[in-house]
Design a protein around this ligand. Sequence first.
Ligand SMILES: C[S@@+](CC[C@H](N)C(=O)[O-])C[C@H]1O[C@@H](n2cnc3c(N)ncnc32)[C@H](O)[C@@H]1O
Length: 274
Amino acid sequence: MKIQNLHAYHKHITDTYDERSGNHENSEWHRTTALRLIEDLPPRIGDSVLDIATGTGTIAFHTASLVGPSGNVVGVDLSKGMINEANKKLAASDTHNLEFILADAERLEFPTNRFDRIYCASAFFCFLNPLTTLRHWYDLLKPGGGLGFHAIPETSYFWVSVARSVLEHYGHLYLLNKPTGTIEKCRQLLMEAGFKDIEIREEKSGYYVALNEAKKTWLKKEDFAPGQYPHPVSDVPPRILSQCQQDYEARIEALNTDVGVWNDITMYYISAFK
Ligand SMILES: C[S@@+](CC[C@H](N)C(=O)[O-])C[C@H]1O[C@@H](n2cnc3c(N)ncnc32)[C@H](O)[C@@H]1O
């Protein structure tokens, strides 16, 4: 599958994740978060599985062992770095029902009704057109097939929620996690895309960040901003941008406690059927 005319936004994605690809395997958080998604909607023996934004293939390898030799798994990702790492693992393994393909999750070239299960762990926030993407994935599922993915509430990650509130105050949009920002919004998107039997489980967690570190998290033009293009601060005049940064730091200070600033990383675990 060839990717032509990569959008400038995709260049941000590939630059970011190519750079992270060598270390992605070391992230225990990503691994356990991805595997918990499968617990909610396990594949069956013989199933045909698509792991979207597979990274280094955590879900792909795990489901390849669950579906057995009569099943098959495809992992897709836009980052060459991630696909290379996944392929290295594949070459070193004894797995024969799995392949990795470089492809854009929003424009996949599989036949309709191809998969029994589609998974997408920790990546839905990257997509520019959530509803169109869900409709596209719906087409790829067989009737009765299941989709499992993560979404992030709009209140998660203080550097997103506080920055959004500051930017909105000055009339600028920061869309990250907004389309899937509440359980109701997720349900609505899935229903509009045609899905049924929708289950959304909220898993709460978080950790404290030291104030001096927290204050450094203001969104800069050169930072990767998933899910929005052009970049959310690209058209903010420099004077307003510097005011936004001051407001942001003041809000972060106001959130500080004896043990630092709470970073909520609550996630939604979503399953739905065609
Ligand atoms: C945080 S990583 C998660 C990887 C893996 N699912 C996991 O849980 O370990 C996000 C992944 O999404 C991929 N990604 C982002 N946008 C994509 C797109 N439009 N098409 C395919 N992959 C994409 C990135 O390249 C990256 O590998």
